[in-house]
Design a protein around this ligand. Structure first.
Ligand SMILES: NC(=O)c1ccc[n+]([C@@H]2O[C@H](COP(=O)([O-])OP(=O)(O)OC[C@H]3O[C@@H](n4cnc5c(N)ncnc54)[C@H](OP(=O)(O)O)[C@@H]3O)[C@@H](O)[C@H]2O)c1
Length: 263
């Protein structure tokens, strides 16, 4: 399928590794010019260089902490100044710690809101004005399958990410008259550095081995395995393209069948 992303400008937040990185590479491979951000400069620049080498695409690396509106604005402006506008934006961030409720502090809650809700708000505020002016845009939020079914052990994530789903659905309605499409892609258990960290934390919390933790997860997944980042990136690239021109205000899980509800 020809996705026709050539010459589109994409910004992918939190993309030096894991899901964000895989999405940036997929969009670049489909011909888009891609800006990526993260906090750790050396890793960010290495990721940008590797994506350029593999795809031949133009890639801009801009250090930013997505919890801060000014950083996010600077990130989006850097892409718009280099390439004239922004067509596609992917709102991503790191994940909050795995804790039970009584172990969480007020600061944990503030950090989770800043990282997993306000980061999405900051990106939407920065990209929607140019998208609406040009009457073409794709805004894709990347929370978690937790917006469809809470995940055991990830209480902060379960609580905060639902706000992103509400934001996305509201923005889809508000922006549709300007042909700006807003959707949610919900990752299930996907093999990334974050999942490795969660494995180690949960193994320590439960006195189990990492293999036991992975087995516990895969037993709940009808496809019987963890996902790969490129499997999620393929859906994001499709939603970012002209081929997805009648899809807005929806949330699609990429989870090997893990969510038990009808939708
Ligand atoms: N992998 C899964 O199975 C899974 C499932 C459901 C949901 N998710 C969620 O999807 C998101 C991405 O997951 P992942 O597995 O790709 O995570 P990851 O492997 O930990 O990668 C996170 C990326 O985000 C960047 N980042 C973290 N905090 C940031 C901040 N404040 N500002 C800017 N960049 C930041 C990191 O770079 P720096 O640290 O250098 O900033 C890194 O590039 C997370 O929110 C995660 O909780 C993942």
């Amino acid at each position: 399928m020809e996705l026709r992303l050539r010459d589109k400008v994409a910004v992918v937040a939190a993309a030096s590794q894991g899901l964000g990185r895989a999405i940036a590479e997929e969009l670049a491979a489909e011909g888009a010019r891609v800006a990526i951000c993260a906090r750790t400069v050396a890793k960010l620049e290495a990721a940008a260089e590797e994506i350029r080498r593999r795809t031949g695409a133009e890639v801009l690396a801009q250090p930013a902490d997505v919890r801060h509106a000014t950083d996010v604005e600077r990130f989006v402006n850097a892409a718009a100044e280099r390439w004239g506008t922004v067509h596609i934006a992917v709102a991503n961030a790191g994940g909050p710690p795995a804790k039970e409720f009584l172990a969480t502090t007020a600061d944990d809650w503030e950090q989770a809101v800043a990282l997993n809700l306000m980061s999405a708000v900051h990106l939407a505020r920065a990209v929607l004005p140019p998208m609406r002016r040009q009457r073409w845009g794709r805004l894709i939020f990347l929370p978690s399958v937790a917006v469809k079914q809470p995940i055991e052990g990830l209480l902060l994530s379960n609580a905060v990410r639902s706000g992103v789903a509400g934001l996305a659905k509201s923005l889809a309605n508000e922006c549709a008259p300007d042909n700006v499409l807003v959707n949610v892609v919900c990752p299930g258990y996907t093999r990334t550095e974050r999942l490795e960290e969660l494995m180690a934390t949960m193994a320590a919390q439960r006195g189990a081995s990492r293999d036991d933790i992975v087995c516990g997860w895969t037993e709940q997944i009808p496809l019987g395995r963890l996902g790969e980042p490129r499997e999620l990136a393929a859906l994001v690239a499709f939603l970012a393209s002209e081929r997805a021109s009648y899809i807005t205000g929806t949330a699609i899980a990429v989870d090997g069948g893990w969510v038990r509800s009808l939708f």
